[in-house]
Design a protein around this ligand. Structure first.
Ligand SMILES: [Zn+2]
Length: 459
């Protein structure tokens, strides 16, 4: 996920906006505008004081993830024939050892010590056919893409007998049974609901056209692929899906092996807790899994699992920067849908439930006691979005702070702990994960092995 987006500072930008035609066009648009002082004060008054743990309740370990994607020409003479790469890095930070990274004089992360950590670097990488490449002799680009998704997600990303296979994660999220509505071959589209995909039967053939159908087609990533277009948006969707499925695979494994472990780890994702586009239908399964983990933790007398999405850019952060100077330090706001549509999306019509299709987490704005502003998200604390009286009902229940138990306070405590030590102007775990989306701190898939080795699992 790109996290330091360049501002629109290219020459000519303001000339365009001054153009009378463009001005006229803008008059017929709704968009976020800087609030007047009175409006800003009204908005600021809806913030509450941010909860703070006495003492702060911090996890023992933080796992931060970041994903990036890139394209590379297969050779210099064929610049438009490209391979696509998706890289996801995970950084495991032991809170005990974290202090060693920090230069005590400046409180900045010591770059030499960080460089030391690069040595074992290796992210989890997924290689995909990019532009103008047909994979494994497929009759069209889209079928080749589907097969590549299957091959890449079915490859084991850990060493030895340990497994981290996202196809298995998909099955586990779906009670080991996947059904696909219609044949993914664009020339066919026959109903294939009678084919039941299981871990032992992840590949089947469409009875109408004979095309091989893969369990991973249920992610629908191939739907964005055409023979002549580029596959940029499919790759972006895949990157987003893979990052969140990897989170799910961590949770699934720890839940099975030693659920108490989950209480000692905080997961920090770069970006919103959401699955966008075609794979969005998997979002309810991730929500359900997190709920299941929390039920288990409760049975063990433990606090719920802390998963936090941090967003450095986007509409909520743009809004936060407009509002920042009106906010006292140490305040918090849950972004309810009324507030979002009134002040952030700038639309007249409220959505019945913002993010209904894609989001499994709720946005908060937090201005720390030291005056820095953060947009974080926490998973919705429910098994599903159903049962609350439709979308409107869910829109109301998702912003009830007491439903989040200790999570808001613990999220704020974690941000406070790391904001002291700036590194690339981001909180440390996210910055490290971002830096190592190209060079990971630990070999691909090793985070779980390290957690086990650290004795974290032992009660
Ligand atoms: Zn077919």
């Amino acid at each position: 996920m790109p996290y330091s987006r360049e501002s629109a500072g290219k020459g000519g930008h303001s000339d365009f906006v001054r153009n009378p035609d463009v001005q006229h066009f803008l008059e017929s648009c709704d968009y976020m505008k800087p609030p007047s002082d009175d409006e800003a004060k009204a908005m600021a008054s809806s913030f509450i004081s941010a909860p703070i743990g006495q003492p702060p309740r911090l996890p023992k370990f933080v796992v931060a993830s970041d994903a990036s994607k890139s394209d590379t020409p297969v050779n210099d003479k064929l610049p438009s024939t490209q391979l696509g790469f998706i890289k996801v890095s995970h950084v495991l930070i032991s809170m005990d050892k974290y202090a060693e990274l920090i230069d005590p004089r400046s409180r900045f992360v010591d770059p030499f010590k960080v460089a030391d950590m690069h040595r074992n670097a290796q992210p989890i990488t997924y290689v995909m056919p990019g532009s103008n490449i047909c994979y494994k002799g497929a009759s069209n680009v889209r079928d080749g893409f589907r097969q590549a998704v299957y091959d890449q997600l079915t490859a084991n990303r850990r060493d030895g007998s340990n497994r981290m296979v996202l196809t298995e994660t998909l099955f586990a999220l779906n009670d080991n049974r996947i059904i696909i509505e219609s044949c993914p071959s664009h020339t066919c589209d026959a109903s294939i609901k009678d084919l039941i995909f299981t871990p032992h039967n992840p590949m089947q053939h469409c009875k109408a056209c004979g095309t091989t159908v893969y369990a991973t087609d249920a992610l629908r990533l191939h739907e964005g692929i055409s023979d002549f277009g580029d596959n940029m948006s499919a790759m972006t969707r895949m990157m987003n899906a893979v990052e969140h499925l990897l989170l799910a695979s961590f949770i699934l494994e720890l839940l099975q092996a030693n659920p108490a472990t989950l209480n000692k780890i905080a997961f920090v994702m770069d970006g919103p807790l959401a699955l966008f586009g075609e794979p969005a239908k998997w979002q309810p399964r991730i929500m359900k899994l997190i709920h299941k983990a929390n039920v288990k933790l409760k049975q063990l007398g433990l606090e719920p699992l802390l998963i936090m999405g941090l967003q450095k850019t986007g509409a909520v952060m743009d809004h936060a920067h407009l509002l920042e100077r009106f906010l006292p330090n140490g305040v918090l706001k849950v972004i309810d849908d009324t507030y979002r549509h009134t002040y952030i999306t700038g639309s007249d019509k409220a959505s019945e439930d913002f993010g209904y299709e894609s989001y499994y987490g709720q946005d908060f704005l937090f201005k720390t006691e030291r005056g820095r502003i953060f947009n974080f998200a926490l998973p919705y604390p429910f098994e599903s979005k159903g049962g609350f009286g439709g979308r409107k009902g869910f829109s109301q229940v998702k912003v009830k702070l007491d439903k989040y138990g200790s999570l808001i306070e613990r999220a704020c405590d974690l941000i406070r702990h790391f904001e002291l030590d700036l590194y690339d102007n981001a909180i440390v775990p996210v910055a490290l994960a971002h830096r190592h989306a190209s060079i990971s701190l630990v070999p691909g898939g090793k985070v779980l092995d390290l957690i086990a080795k650290a004795g974290l699992g032992k009660k």
